[in-house]
Each structure stands twice: as structure tokens, then as C-alpha cells.
Design a protein around this ligand. Structure first.
Ligand code: RIB
Length: 319
């Protein structure tokens, strides 16, 4: 169901994807379990990986063969250069990355436990420099794009301004509302074409429980009522659910043994949008996204875990 859609497509034939968002250097600590307050534990080791929710999305679209550009901010430092170079190697257009002398590149400290579950602390650094003013200066990239993806690791005023610019320019606007917050401005919801929370984020966004399928459906309806056009909820090992106002469809994920779930959400969103940019329908794009996320969780690291287009073609044939 996916191979034909990807096969033979070259960048000139594809719709263009703009990612606006964060770039972080991830310091990943392997631990037996996450420490509780007051507890000291001995970790198994530290590794450094390119990350950031925005950069992870852009990297994934690039690896999957899409035509993608990122707007974001890094510091005038070594980490900023490493992150930019890593994106360029995946085929991402990095010309709209701003190097800010006044702040260091963002960092994330990530604990990954034996089950592959993580907890993350982000130090925003230069990501906080992506102001609405700076974004408006990069209007040409908004106009260049067909699909625009963002997350919530950059200032909320910038996210709102981006959504306004996207609506005015008639682009498809996708929000991965991570890290989730309960205080998103009401004006934002009707500007979003596709919102992609996981179950926990859905609960934070709506203030509603999301333990059961019925609760998840009701919380997704609450987002639709606020004006979002389509909601795609990722359900971890269970797959995903699409709610578009007419129906709710569940998509099962392939069973795998996870080692590190970092970047699974970003990879899902990126693969879904990349599928849409390559003219798949929503259902086909979500199936593709489920497949990509099922690979990501079996590997360590954020960008390091994202498969390329050939692996996806293999996956599709062997699904
Ligand atoms: O979702 C994973 C990402 O969250 C990491 O790469 C980290 O940088 C934080 O942004």
C-alpha cells in the first residue's frame, strides 16, 4: 500500500514540507529505572545524539526522501554545527536555520530505562530565540512550502504566528502538541488542520481522562469541537486513532520489542506528513507512520533511530 506511492517520486514531483521547531543535543543516560525524588541511582552510561522535536521531524522527512526545510535556532557553537550538519546529511535544507550568538544550542537530558521508556528535561537555549519577529522575516519559507509542521518546544507566540501565516497562505498546518500544555490559546485550534497528540498529551490538552478507547474518542471530539480539522492520536504499542468529525478509525501497530521510544512521536508525525506530501491518502499515510514508528522504538537515539526510504519499502512489502 505504500511502495507504489513512494516509488519513482523525486524531489521535483513532491509537495514541500516546512518544519518550524527545536534543535537540541540529546544527552542520553541509560538507567535501570527512573529515579524518584530523593533517590540516587547509578547509570549505565552516557551517549550524545542529535535531537530536538523539530529537528527529529525534519530529519525523518529527509531520510524518507521528502523535500524538507527547517526553520529553527541554534547557538554559535559546536553543538549547533553538529546538529545542522546531521540534518544536511539526511537531505534537509538547513539554509533557514538561524545561528544566534546570544544563546547556546538547546540541550535535552534523557533517561532511558530498561523497558525503553524515557523521561526528558529540555534546556531551551537558542530555541527560545525563535520569536514571531524572526519567523516573519522567514515568510519566504512559509510561501515555499505545502505542508507546515511544528511542535511546542519553541515559544507559543511563535507557534500561533506560524499557524496564522499558514492559514493566510493556505498551507496545511500540522501541530504535534509536545510537550503538551493545558493553556494553548483558543485562537490556535481552528488554525490547525491535523493535530497529533499521544494519549497523555491528549489528556493534558483537554483536561479529560484518556485511559479507555471511549475516553480517547471523547477527548479527540473535544479537540474537534475547539476547531481542529483532524486529530490523530498515537497510542504507543497499540497504534493510532484517526478522528475527523465523521468517523473514528483505529490502526494497529506491528508488535515489536522496544529498546528506546525517543523520537517515535516525531517520526510518526513526519512519516504521516511525508506520505501526504507524496500524495498518499490519510489512511495510507497513517499506516506508513505506524510502520516507521515501530522501527524507531527498536533502536537507540532520536535521529539515529530513524529508518530511510529503502528500509520503509522493505517494511511495506514484508508487513
Ligand atoms: O521527542 C524526543 C525529543 O524531545 C528529543 O530528541 C529531545 O531533544 C526532546 O526535544
Amino acid at each position: 500500500w505504500g511502495k507504489l506511492a513512494l516509488e519513482g517520486k523525486e524531489k521535483g514531483d513532491m509537495k514541500k514540507v516546512l518544519v518550524v521547531g527545536s534543535l537540541n543535543m540529546d544527552m542520553v543516560l541509560s538507567v535501570d529505572h527512573h529515579p524518584v525524588p530523593g533517590e540516587t541511582i547509578i547509570g549505565d552510561g552516557i551517549t550524545y545524539h542529535p535531537g530536538g522535536k523539530g529537528a527529529n521531524q525534519a530529519y525523518a522527512v529527509g531520510k524518507l526522501g521528502g523535500d524538507v526545510r527547517i526553520i529553527g535556532c541554534v547557538g554559535w557553537d559546536n553543538n549547533g554545527m553538529i546538529l545542522t550538519e546531521n540534518l544536511a546529511q539526511a537531505g534537509v535544507d538547513t539554509t533557514a536555520i538561524n545561528r544566534m550568538p546570544e544563546a547556546p544550542t538547546g540541550m535535552a537530558i534523557i533517561d532511558v530505562d530498561k523497558k525503553g521508556d524515557n523521561s526528558i528535561i529540555v534546556i531551551s537555549g537558542a530555541n527560545a530565540c525563535l520569536t514571531p519577529d524572526l519567523l516573519r522575516k522567514q515568510k519566504a519559507s512559509v510561501e515555499w512550502s505545502d505542508f507546515i509542521m511544528t511542535q511546542l518546544e519553541t515559544p507559543i507566540d511563535t507557534v500561533l504566528e506560524l499557524a496564522r501565516m499558514a492559514k493566510k497562505a493556505d498551507k496545511c498546518m500540522i501541530l504535534d502538541p509536545s510537550p503538551a500544555r493545558a493553556d494553548l490559546p483558543d485562537e490556535l485550534f481552528p488554525l490547525i488542520d491535523i493535530m497529533k497528540p499521544n494519549e497523555k498529551e491528549l489528556s493534558i490538552l483537554t483536561g479529560m481522562p484518556t485511559e479507555t478507547d471511549e475516553e480517547i474518542k471523547a477527548a479527540a471530539d473535544a479537540l474537534l469541537e475547539k476547531g481542529v480539522s483532524k486529530v490523530v492520536v498515537t497510542l504507543g504499542a497499540r497504534g493510532a486513532m484517526l478522528a475527523d468529525g465523521n468517523e473514528k478509525l483505529f490502526f494497529e501497530a506491528k508488535p515489536v520489542v522496544p529498546v528506546d521510544t525517543t523520537a517515535a512521536g516525531a517520526a510518526f508525525t513526519a512519516a504521516m506528513v511525508n506520505g501526504l506530501a507524496q500524495e498518499m491518502g490519510m489512511i495510507q499515510a497513517i499506516r506508513m507512520a505506524n510502520g516507521v514508528a515501530s522501527i524507531v522504538v527498536t533502536r537507540h537515539g532520536a535521529q539515529a533511530s530513524i529508518p530511510d526510504r529503502d528500509e520503509i519499502d522493505d517494511l511495506i512489502w514484508n508487513y
